[in-house]
Design a protein around this ligand. Structure first.
Ligand code: ATP
Ligand code: MG
Length: 392
């Protein structure tokens, strides 16, 4: 069976009251955009609480489904056959033809689930269920009806045209990107931050990213790895503008002026401050990190509090309660794991102390940061003004 159309179901966005059209329009735009990269021509239309994607000619089914499965806001993708209303007898023929072509093996239980969007249609849904059930049973004697737990639930939707479908492919869920503002992701080359970006994008938030690069301590390959990760996340989130900050001089200055066991925490506070500035410039309303409680010294409750205190924007940490393995599972699912585990140092690993503080005291940290007052403003200014921006 070569399906020509897909019925796109969306869950959460269906309940957004009078803003609903904004969500639907965003979803339609994302679908059009994603299908441009798929072989074939598609028309994407919105029709009373429904979105349809219809192929205009030959297309690649698997590639199409794969693209749709990456669009947040889609709850399910139903390959369907859409037929004209040419009378009830014709409908019976069309349904029998559908079953014949879609199911090679007819040993299955089924139930017909008809809905009349068009109330003028002369037969009630109940009657359609019974009649079509009978047609299928008669034509395909290996089939059986099971109204409680059917293997095949055959949807027949009578609208201006008639939709017939029974396959339901899960979508990624979530909400269409861009319908919930924008946030700045602190993207390192690790496993956690790409997952964090994916999770927040899934809630409809547009993502920009910032990477703190410390050449020559971190190599160009480490930078390329972060660009690659941003590209992988962008398959879901849409294009990501990546800000690459040269962090070397700030790191060296902190290294010279502050107690070494506090290096990581102070460095992280400067990352947050710079990220916040870049976020404000690009209209982002929050920061995103891949931190999870207790994972490393800089992610204890005290360290997280000290990091938070450096900025005023909300910091979103979607993997905060995940175990490492749970984060790894998501990274494998979204295809970032392989890239994340490539062995290039990110800037934190070069300057880590042997015994970092695990329970930093904010007052003490602030006092240590006093040692930086001579040059830090100027260094931060230079870092912000020399940011390299790349669309991924
Ligand atoms: P990840 O796997 O995301 O690198 P991690 O377990 O290595 O996380 P840390 O190195 O402590 O954890 O970093 C915690 C978070 O801080 C990261 O998830 C990321 O959001 C941010 N971060 C760390 N280093 C950088 C960097 N060089 N550039 C941008 N963000 C960074
Ligand atoms: Mg890291």
């Amino acid at each position: 069976m070569q399906y020509k159309s897909f019925l796109i179901k969306y869950a959460e966005i269906g309940v957004k009251g009078k803003n609903r059209y904004l969500f639907e329009d965003a979803l339609v735009t994302h679908i059009r955009h994603a299908l441009k990269r798929v072989e074939g021509e598609f028309t994407v239309t919105k029709e009373s609480g429904r979105i349809y994607a219809t192929a205009e000619g030959e297309y690649d089914f698997d590639e199409t489904v794969d693209a749709l499965q990456k669009i947040f806001g889609i709850a399910a993708i139903c390959p369907m056959v859409q037929v004209d209303d040419n009378g009830y007898e014709d409908l019976k023929e069309q349904v029998a033809k559908y079953v014949d072509e879609v199911y090679e093996d007819k040993h299955f239980t089924f139930k017909v689930f008809a809905r009349r969007g068009n109330k003028k249609y002369p037969v009630t849904s109940e009657q359609i269920n019974r009649d079509l059930g009978e047609v299928i049973l008669t034509r395909f004697p290996d089939t059986k009806v099971d109204v409680h737990n059917p293997q095949v639930l055959l949807h027949v939707e009578v609208r201006s045209r008639i939709n017939i479908y029974s396959r339901v492919i899960p979508g990624p869920g979530g909400m269409p990107v861009g319908t919930n503002g924008k946030a700045m992701l602190l993207l390192s080359g690790g496993i956690d931050s790409p997952v964090a970006g994916y999770m927040i994008a899934k809630r409809g938030v547009k993502i920009e990213a910032v990477y703190f690069h410390a050449p020559p301590y971190t190599s160009d390959r480490a930078k390329q790895k972060v660009i690659d990760l941003a590209k992988l996340v962008s398959r879901y989130s849409g294009p990501i503008r990546l800000h690459i900050v040269n962090f070397t001089d700030i790191q060296l200055y902190i290294y010279d002026q502050c107690p070494h066991e506090e290096l990581t925490i102070i460095m992280r506070r400067y990352m947050m401050r710079i990220a916040e500035r870049l976020a404000k410039e690009s209209g982002a309303m929050g920061l995103i990190t891949g931190e999870s409680i207790g994972q490393v010294a800089s992610q204890t409750m005290q360290s997280l509090a000290a990091t938070d205190a450096a900025c005023t924007m909300p910091v979103f940490r979607p993997v905060i309660g995940f175990d490492k393995q749970e984060i790894v599972d998501v990274s494998e699912k979204i295809g970032t794991y392989e890239t994340s585990v490539q062995p290039f140092e990110d800037c934190c690993t070069i300057f880590v102390a042997k015994h970092p503080v695990t329970k930093p005291n904010l007052k003490m940290i602030e006092r240590s940061e006093e040692n930086l007052k001579e040059r830090i403003d100027e260094l931060v200014e230079t870092a912000v003004n020399t940011v390299e921006k790349i669309w991924c």
